[in-house]
Design a protein around this ligand. Structure first.
Ligand SMILES: *[C@@H]1O[C@H](CO)[C@@H](O)[C@H](O)[C@H]1NC(C)=O
Ligand SMILES: [Zn+2]
Length: 229
């Protein structure tokens, strides 16, 4: 009796005194502050706004996308580091598990609402920080599809994002795969959260069948049939 209540008391005290035990710190560094893109970042987005959306997006990913209310299910990273850097060839790149480099050249050239587009980009890139990828065994196209799925359900799908039913293959990647995942989520509520959970240590295409009772090819056929006109 006594030891049990002591343990309970200790646990309660512990969780009460460390309410932010699973908090993530966000760091943003503008290494291109003197370049046109870096200046545009400061004027139209800024470090405070970036940190603010990182918190919002982080919580959205845990609570809504992956439904990881139990912190032990989450990818245990304690910080996400963002660098605004001068590089060409991509909008942004996630690396090392918890770092995001954003291209100042991309920021400079973007035509339109840069702040909105930056937010959309962060829904995608931050998903890479927190998603499970089967210890590297999940196909890259599915990894990218999950990242775009976050953007989609957050209401940040950019103009030109695939429409439901578009695409030639379920693993075409990005927005095409995101739309397919959205469909799977309609069949099995929380599908993406469940799939992500299964991909913690490994990947098998059979996970689709485990969760829905149908093979991924069958699902894709029915998905395409649903939107055929
Ligand atoms: C991202 O930028 C940092 C800071 O300049 C650099 O050290 C790192 O190598 C870059 N990562 C990639 C993948 O380009
Ligand atoms: Zn990506």
């Amino acid at each position: 009796m006594a030891p049990k209540s002591f343990i309970l008391f200790t646990l309660l005290t512990y969780s009460l005194s460390f309410p932010t035990i699973s908090a993530v710190d966000y760091y943003v560094t503008n290494l291109a502050a003197d370049t046109p893109g870096g200046i545009r970042f400061t004027n139209e987005i800024g470090i405070p706004y970036t940190k603010q959306i990182m918190g919002t997006i982080n919580n959205f990913i845990w609570s809504t996308v992956f439904q990881q209310n139990d912190p032990s299910e989450r990818n245990p990273i304690d910080s996400v580091n963002v660098y605004i850097v001068e590089f060409d060839g991509a909008e942004a790149i996630e690396w090392g598990g918890n770092n995001i480099n954003v291209s100042s050249i991309y920021l400079k050239g973007y035509e339109g609402d840069l702040k909105w587009q930056f937010t959309s980009l962060f829904y995608h890139e931050m998903t890479h920080c927190f998603q499970w990828d089967g210890e590297g065994h999940t196909p890259l196209e599915l990894v990218e599809g999950v990242a775009d799925y976050t953007k989609l359900i957050a209401g940040y799908a950019q103009e030109g994002f695939a429409k439901p039913g578009q695409g030639d293959r379920w693993d075409q990647g990005y927005d095409f795969t995101a739309r397919f995942l959205e469909y799977c989520d309609g069949i099995v509520p929380g599908f993406v959260a469940k799939l992500n959970k299964k991909m913690r240590f490994d990947y098998d295409v059979k996970y689709f069948e485990d969760l829905t009772g149908k093979s991924v090819n069958q699902l894709w056929k029915e998905y395409k049939a649903k939107y055929r006109n």
